[in-house]
Design a protein around this ligand. Structure first.
Ligand SMILES: NC(=O)C1=CN([C@@H]2O[C@H](COP(=O)(O)OP(=O)(O)OC[C@H]3O[C@@H](n4cnc5c(N)ncnc54)[C@H](OP(=O)(O)O)[C@@H]3O)[C@@H](O)[C@H]2O)C=CC1
Ligand SMILES: O=C(CO)COP(=O)(O)O
Length: 311
């Protein structure tokens, strides 16, 4: 394809990896961090694509800064953040779309541990949008021999798959940290997926999306790798460390901590059963030990294996 100009916002682990993928494909890439001399205005000026890889806590601030700039042409906005806004419970793409109603918004999410991608190992991802033409442009920009990009018409499902799996990754980190075995881990991932589908479909996403790369795929990646910060949070808690102690040595952002808080609010408001996320919440709040969380899950009322319905 012809080369384009990208502005990548957020020079953290994921922003840098995405910038490198696009640059290797011959595109002109400008990477923005709030600590650098080049202004946001200069970086986004005349960009064809603007990629946000800002962690959730900074999304609103960056969106507001962007609104104060006149973006001349209808650049495609791509969000790669895996989080939920604590104040409104909105997803990052919903925040971007509300702020820029005339711009196409594309969600990029999948099993994409940035260190593996930076090492040149093969990976696949999903770009999802209500505007399929925009998703196809993003697909062409990032596709390469090491990065296979699929399009998907369910941006909410793709975004929630990548976001909600972080909570299950914390739970699985606990499971591995306590050495509970492979059967327990398989149960947790499978019932975790059920929980993600239950809440995601309530939100309006499509069930089948969660069986794809951004749901099941990202669960498999983050629940099986010490490269996952969310997994490492759970693992550290299982070793008896406090959350502050774990975070003090964690490189980068573990979005699952904030996402758990937001998800619990949503589930309470709508009376949706999310037992694994609930135990992760109580553990993160310091209300229970990892052993008590395990017992609470195992000793719930017996029931049929209901994979999708609310209870
Ligand atoms: N790393 C990975 O493997 C993947 C990460 N993601 C998702 O991408 C997002 C970013 O993750 P990652 O890059 O790993 O995290 P990092 O912690 O490495 O980077 C976070 C980035 O967000 C920026 N940021 C945070 N707050 C603000 C703010 N108020 N204003 C401007 N910039 C801000 C940081 O800037 P500064 O450096 O100045 O603090 C930094 O560039 C997360 O939502 C994560 O879940 C998705 C797929 C893979
Ligand atoms: O989302 C990721 C991989 O797809 C990164 O996972 P962590 O944020 O847990 O490191």
């Amino acid at each position: 394809m012809q080369t384009v100009t990208l502005a990548v916002l957020g020079a953290g682990a994921w922003g840098s990896a995405l910038a490198n993928l696009a640059a290797k494909n011959g595109h002109s890439v400008r990477l923005w961090s709030r600590h650098q001399a080049q202004s946001l205005r200069e970086v986004v000026e005349s960009a064809d694509l603007i990629v946000s890889a800002i962690s959730m806590q900074g999304v609103r601030a960056v969106v507001e800064q962007m609104q104060s700039l006149a973006i001349a042409k209808p650049a495609i906005l791509i969000t790669a953040t895996k989080g939920l806004d604590p104040t409104t419970t909105l997803t990052p793409s919903q925040i971007w779309q509300a702020a820029f109603p005339d711009h196409p918004v594309v969600v990029l999410s999948g099993p994409n541990l940035s260190k593996e991608i930076e090492a040149g190992l093969p990976a696949a991802t999903v770009v999802a949008s209500e505007q399929m033409v925009a998703a196809e442009v993003v697909q062409a920009v990032f596709s390469s021999g090491i990065f296979r990009v699929y399009t998907n018409p369910d941006p909410l499902g793709v975004e929630l798959g990548g976001t909600l799996k972080n909570i299950i990754a914390i739970a699985v980190g606990v499971c591995d940290g306590l050495q509970l075995g492979t059967n327990a881990k398989a149960a947790l991932v499978t019932r975790g997926l059920t929980e993600i589908i239950r809440i995601g479909t309530h939100w309006g996403a499509k069930t089948e999306t969660f069986y794809g790369l951004s749901g099941l795929g990202d669960l498999l990646a983050t629940c099986n790798s010490v490269l996952s910060r969310n997994y490492r949070v759970g693992y550290g808690l299982a070793q008896g460390r406090t959350l502050s102690e774990v975070l003090a040595t964690l490189e980068g952002t573990a979005e699952g901590i904030n996402t758990t808080q937001v998800l619990i609010q949503v589930a309470r408001q709508h009376n949706i059963s999310i037992p694994i996320s609930h135990q992760v919440y109580r553990l993160l709040e310091g209300e229970i030990t990892p052993q008590q969380a395990t017992a609470a899950l195992m000793l719930r009322d017996t029931k049929p294996e209901n994979n999708v319905l609310r209870f």
